[in-house]
Design a binder for this molecule. Structure first.
Ligand SMILES: [Ca+2]
Length: 308
């Protein structure tokens, strides 16, 4: 065997080490990566079976291409932001399914448990419940749930709230669904009005350039019907989805961080700043995220129960 062949083998080993390092930092579960690794196995097998210089030179050329491809994948993986909000478990700030005996516990595992006061009952499901969603909370116009863990919560510039509700009474009143303060007192809220026979729905976020929460107003959520609301904020744009339909409103109202407030999260009543505006009806599957859900992700959340 010539010295050239020995040098080629050393070069081959060196590039294999480099390849191993690059492969370790790249995404191993991508389809392209698996194809590259399969090609590498074939090349190494050929090299062992026929280690002549001509064969090694040819293999080296292929390995150069392979290393280049792996580097592309690594660079792409490092530079491309992970955009999935729904699949990022760390972005789920709190989740209240109201399904179990520990009804008011935070099902996200973050320990942001709620405390009920007044007339709030767990509804275990059935014809009036949200189909397929297990238990829900039943509010009768004099009860609420507070979560003190959200006092002074740093909402940042990325936020989403997802909630299902069915209003069944008190159509002459305004009624808070979820939020951490009334109108200018909180960081954000979703609330219903008495207009349009008690079917008016609105909400918004509070930032330094937007002191009130009615960025979306005069939407229509029919009474005695389950509805899904998702409100998102990405630092410069607010979106409001009602039953998987993006609504028109002051979507460009706000920039920068949502203003933190020393108030609890309140479910089933307008939050701190108003003594009344209790909800009458059912609320279920409350989710809060520290990211802005996309339209496709809203569709996923909506479809999880509407097709049940
Ligand atoms: Ca539920």
């Amino acid at each position: 065997m010539s010295n050239n062949t020995g040098a080629a083998r050393n070069s081959f080993r060196s590039k294999l080490l480099c390849l191993n390092f690059t492969a370790a930092v790249a995404f191993l579960n991508t389809r392209r990566m698996m194809e590259y690794l399969l090609l590498l196995i074939i090349l190494v097998t050929v090299a062992v079976a026929d280690p002549c210089k001509e064969q090694l030179d040819r293999i080296e050329g292929k390995i150069d291409s392979l290393l280049s491809g792996l580097q592309e994948i690594h660079t792409c993986s490092c530079n491309t932001p992970q955009t999935s909000c729904l699949e990022n478990s760390e972005a789920l700030v709190a989740y209240y399914s109201f399904n179990d005996d520990d009804t008011l516990n935070d099902d996200s595992g973050n320990g942001r448990n709620g405390v009920a006061s007044g007339n709030v009952q767990r509804y275990s499901g059935g014809p009036q419940g949200l189909p397929g969603a297990g238990g829900a909370l039943h509010f009768q116009g004099s009860g609420k749930v507070d979560v003190d863990a959200f006092r002074n919560f740093q909402w940042g510039s990325k936020f989403s709230v997802s909630v299902w509700f069915r209003r069944t009474g008190g159509f002459g009143n305004y009624q808070g669904i979820i939020g951490n303060g009334y109108h200018t007192s909180g960081s954000w809220e979703v609330r219903m009005g008495r207009e349009n026979n008690g079917q008016m729905l609105g909400g918004g976020v509070v930032t330094s350039d937007n002191p009130v929460t009615w960025n979306y107003v005069n939407l229509v959520a029919e009474k005695n019907t389950w509805h899904h609301v998702v409100m998102t904020y990405n630092g410069s744009d607010t979106s409001f989805y009602l039953d998987n339909q993006k609504q028109a409103g002051a979507h460009d109202c706000c920039h920068g961080d949502i203003i933190p407030k020393n108030t609890p999260l309140t479910i089933g009543k307008a939050g701190v700043g108003h003594g009344a505006e209790y909800f009458v009806g059912f609320i279920d599957e409350v989710r809060l995220y520290s990211c802005a859900l996309s339209a496709d992700e809203v569709d996923t959340l909506y479809g999880a129960f509407i097709n049940s």
